[in-house]
Design a protein. Structure first.
Length: 367
């Protein structure tokens, strides 16, 4: 099969969950004999068509201004893809999926993956939220198949639009269990002496709740924040909350062995999100055997089963209380091996690729 993927920022990249999914899916599909093309945002001066691990990459024009970047990129990527003969155009996320309507005008087969109900997120202005909602409606009406990552979103599409969807959970590459080397040398961190937040720094992820709760408890453990701190209003809020606290450590973006070390050596991983699709960082933390504390939204609790502690989403007092209880307990997770086995068996990329291939075949065979 010849497949085009549209909607991610860059390839290869770990800048977000969508980028990780596109990388893993595209490279594994190529290994299974399929031809996959991905359309990256933004042209370079000298290199706009190339191959990475057998995946064909085109870079398409977009504006540098962040507010219009994703929308323009999805338009230029779609028209670029329409000039070539693909069996399936696979759109990722709500905004880029607005272009499914155009693809259908040209008689193309389309699949949309809904990575979350993005219009719910606080960071979007009125126009952006309306555009994302438009993408959702177009997916429901025009996409040949719709993939969702959680049971909650599956039920939402059925109740709201009467639209059947295909539930395919995210997957992960299990985290390597590495000793604390880089994190000790570069940041002075040792095994079990820090709480870890590793996710995008955006309002819906709830980092502000975690910082407030952390400041309200007594502990000698540091709070390590791994993720790019944005130069915007929310980034400024996070800086102000953490100001003058030497035990709050901002690491910036982490990947590779540094990422593995962070997961494998934390005393506790915390995900305080109010809105999620399916958090890859939660899967990664659990695959490392880390003790986990998550907000009680269904997208989190459906993943963790009985392997994590939960607190009431959006409630600083509830989060602080759970932090104190867990940090007073022994550092080691007594169910680490069992937790790791559970996550690695359930969230397996071989299963995801096989199910996605089946979706593509069903779409191609539709009259």
């Amino acid at each position: 099969m010849k497949i085009a993927m549209i909607g991610h920022k860059d390839f290869p990249s770990r800048s977000g969950g969508i980028e990780v999914v596109v990388y893993e899916l595209a490279t594994r599909l190529v290994k299974r004999g399929h031809a996959v093309t991905v359309y990256n945002r933004g042209k370079l001066q000298d290199k706009n068509h190339y191959f990475v691990e057998g995946v064909e990459v085109y870079r398409t024009f977009t504006f540098r201004k962040q507010a219009l970047n994703a929308m323009v990129a999805s338009v230029t990527a779609t028209f670029s893809a329409l000039r070539r003969r693909y069996d399936v155009l696979h759109f990722h996320a709500l905004g880029p999926s607005v272009m499914i309507a155009v693809a259908k005008l040209f008689g193309r087969k389309t699949v949309a993956t809904v990575h979350g109900l993005d219009w719910q997120r606080a960071k979007w202005n009125r126009f952006a939220s309306a555009y994302l909602k438009l993408g959702e409606r177009i997916i429901a009406k025009y996409a040949d198949e719709v993939i969702v990552l959680s049971e909650n979103v599956r039920q939402y599409f059925k109740a709201t639009y009467g639209r059947d969807t295909v539930f395919i959970e995210n997957a992960i590459v299990p985290i390597k269990l590495l000793p604390a080397n880089q994190i000790t040398y570069r940041f002075g961190l040792k095994k079990n002496d820090y709480i870890l937040y590793l996710a995008r720094i955006v309002p819906e992820k709830g980092l502000h709740y975690l910082i407030e709760a952390y400041k309200n408890i007594k502990t000698d453990k540091k709070l390590v924040i791994a993720g790019e701190l944005p130069e915007n209003e929310y980034g400024g809020k996070i800086r102000n909350l953490a100001e003058k606290n030497p035990n709050i450590v901002f690491m910036g973006f982490a990947d590779g062995n540094l990422l593995c070390e962070l997961y494998a050596n934390c005393a506790l991983y915390v995900l305080p999100s109010e809105i999620e699709g399916l958090a890859l960082t939660l899967l990664e933390a659990m695959s490392a055997g880390a003790r986990c504390l998550v907000s009680d939204i269904p997208e989190n609790t459906s993943v963790t089963a009985d392997f994590a502690e939960v607190f009431q989403s959006g409630k600083v007092d509830s989060l602080a209380q759970k932090l104190e209880t867990l940090l007073a307990a022994p550092d080691e997770n007594p169910r680490a091996a069992e937790q790791r086995a559970y996550i690695c068996a359930r969230y397996n990329y071989d299963n995801v690729v096989e199910k996605t291939e089946k979706v593509y075949r069903n779409v191609i065979e539709k009259k």
